[in-house]
Write a protein that binds this ligand. Structure first.
Ligand code: PLP
Length: 412
């Protein structure tokens, strides 16, 4: 059977990583993978994480099985981190949660669960969106609908287009939003737009599905989830996925949360919990424990939490500085080009206004690798790489201008 498998198509994200791995140039630059790097290019482990690991090791904890719902202490801590101590849904016991192997698995499981309950429900995703999200929903059998989100020519949100598209949602459709630091654009909803989107969700009966993968990378740990909290207190039902990969730097330990918020009058939390547990068991049986144990240890130990908050503040400060530096470097190499969007946007990513072909030129000529649509991981760069990117971008723009001029003169 397997020996006949010769032509499985290449996923566009995976194929970029294959090209990167095969590039033998010593100065190749990886701006694709979504990790935070320090100035020497390392992906640092937070001291709070190291300390938590030491404490867990000392306590010699059991490694016996848990249920498919995973580490429920982790769930409570992360729910509180995202929704806030006093959120009515927490006090009212209206949240059913599971700890998952990262938010990736949580997204896939949520799609499976929703599609199993309602085959008619579509999921609305922004244009552009992190490509794997579409894959997770499609694999579960869900219909995908797109809404306008980012205008790459103006390098800004297309607020009117977005709201216009969202008014076509039907009751029971899912509306996928990124809680902060939108992947891939870095362009977040303003407080007014969070309110407007909340209103459309209430009017249409669509169910918001908020994915929080970068809490603390944008404006601050609480400021980054203000929109999520607003939605959670305004709509009857909501889905929430949270990644601990970035905020705690435990990428490969695989810790994430999937939460279902039920309406205040709902009496079926136990049935929802059973459905969630069965969905997870059928998909992957059990989640790994280590990442969740570390995050739970940090969030339940005041001195570790204080250390983690300080370290996350430093990560955010570095990203803000890198963004300002990249803007200046790009503008210096590209006179007249306005790169202020890079400084304004939030979190790890911004997209360069170049085509897919130009992105391939960046790879072949400059050995600079990014994910579609020209998504740059600003949080992975040092000054030298920033300069290399700015110069490559200037070269691409010059080629484009020359090609336009040549085609104009042919037309004349
Ligand atoms: C928006 C978004 N959601 C979810 C994830 C998945 O994160 P993980 O599975 O590592 O928790 C990512 C990872 O890059 C992401 O960018």
């Amino acid at each position: 059977m397997l020996r006949n498998l010769n032509d499985h198509p290449n996923d566009p994200i995976e194929s970029m990583f294959v090209r990167l791995a095969n590039d033998t140039h010593p100065g190749k630059i990886d701006l694709g993978i979504g990790v935070f790097r320090d100035d020497s290019g390392n992906v640092p482990v937070m001291q709070a994480v190291r300390n938590a690991e030491g404490r867990l090791y000392e306590r010699n904890l059991s490694k016996t099985y848990r249920s498919p719902l995973g580490n429920l202490d982790y769930c409570r801590r992360v729910e509180t981190l995202v929704l806030g101590e006093d959120h009515a849904a927490l006090a009212g016991g209206r949240i059913v949660s599971a700890q998952t192997p990262g938010a990736g698995a949580a997204l896939r499981a949520a799609a499976e669960l929703v599609h199993g309950l309602s085959t008619d429900s579509a999921v609305w995703v922004s244009t552009p969106v992190w490509g794997h999200q579409i894959e997770f929903f499609e694999q579960a059998g869900m219909q995908i609908q797109s809404y306008r989100y980012y205008d790459s020519h103006r390098a800004s949100l297309d607020a009117a287009g977005m709201l216009d598209d969202l008014r076509s949602m039907r009751a029971g459709d899912l509306l996928l939003l990124h809680g902060c630091c939108h992947n891939p654009t870095g362009e977040d909803l303003t407080p007014d737009l969070w309110q407007a989107v909340t209103d459309v969700a209430v009017e249409t009966g669509a169910i918001p599905f908020v994915d929080v993968a970068y809490q603390g990378f944008g404006r601050g740990i609480d400021a980054d989830v203000a929109g999520v909290r607003l939605l959670a207190s305004s709509v009857p039902e909501m889905l929430l996925t949270v990644s601990s990969s970035k905020s705690f730097g435990v990428y490969r330990d695989r810790a994430g949360l999937l939460s279902i918020l039920l309406p205040p009058e709902a009496r079926n939390a136990e049935a929802v919990r059973r459905k969630l547990r069965d969905t997870l068991r059928q998909l992957y049986f059990m989640a790994p424990e280590q990442g969740a144990a570390i995050v739970n240890e940090i969030l339940s130990t005041p001195e570790l939490e204080a250390l983690w908050r300080a370290e996350l503040d430093a990560v955010r400060a570095r990203i803000i500085e890198l963004r300002a530096g990249l803007r200046t470097t790009i503008e210096a190499a590209n006179p007249g080009f306005d790169a202020s969007f890079i400084e304004r946007q939030q979190g790890m990513f911004s997209c360069l206004p170049i085509s897919a072909e130009e992105q391939l030129l960046m790879e072949s000529r400059f050995h600079i690798y990014m994910l579609p649509p020209a998504r740059v991981n600003v949080a992975a760069m040092n000054r030298e790489q920033s300069r290399a990117l700015a110069e490559a971008f200037a070269w691409i723009r010059a080629q484009r201008a020359a090609a336009t001029e040549a085609s104009l003169s042919r037309a004349v």
